[in-house]
Ligand binder design. Structure first.
Ligand SMILES: [Zn+2]
Length: 115
């Protein structure tokens, strides 16, 4: 993938995540589905909604951090290389996930170490 294409894509992702966070943090967050709200019932439904909102904000912020890091790597010329082992990240992986920071083996190791 062309770096210029990756940059444009990542900038769009960043803007989209900014909007998502702004909406989620707004006074009238539109999160969750009708199904979950029906299940939550009366008591504690506000808390459940707040928890879900917080989780969604955290997910968006985590993704935003990844996107910003990828943009920083484009700037310093290291984009497309694994941040752990330094090997080139396969083209098809970058196309599927432009914000990815690691090659498949390193991401696998990282995911396993989290559990
Ligand atoms: Zn690696």
């Amino acid at each position: 993938m062309e770096i210029s294409v990756a940059r444009k894509y990542l900038e769009e992702m960043r803007d989209s995540l900014d909007r998502t966070v702004a909406v989620l943090r707004g006074e009238h967050p539109q999160v969750g589905s009708g199904v979950a709200e029906a299940e939550a019932g009366d008591a504690g439904s506000n808390l459940t909604e707040a928890d879900r909102n917080l989780a969604a904000v955290q997910t968006a912020l985590t993704q935003r951090t990844e996107v910003l890091a990828a943009l920083a790597r484009i700037d310093d010329g290291s984009y497309g290389r694994c941040v752990d082992c330094g090997n080139a990240v396969p083209e098809e992986r970058l196309e599927a996930r432009p914000a990815t920071a690691r090659c498949v083996p390193c991401q696998g190791k990282r995911d396993r170490s989290r559990r």
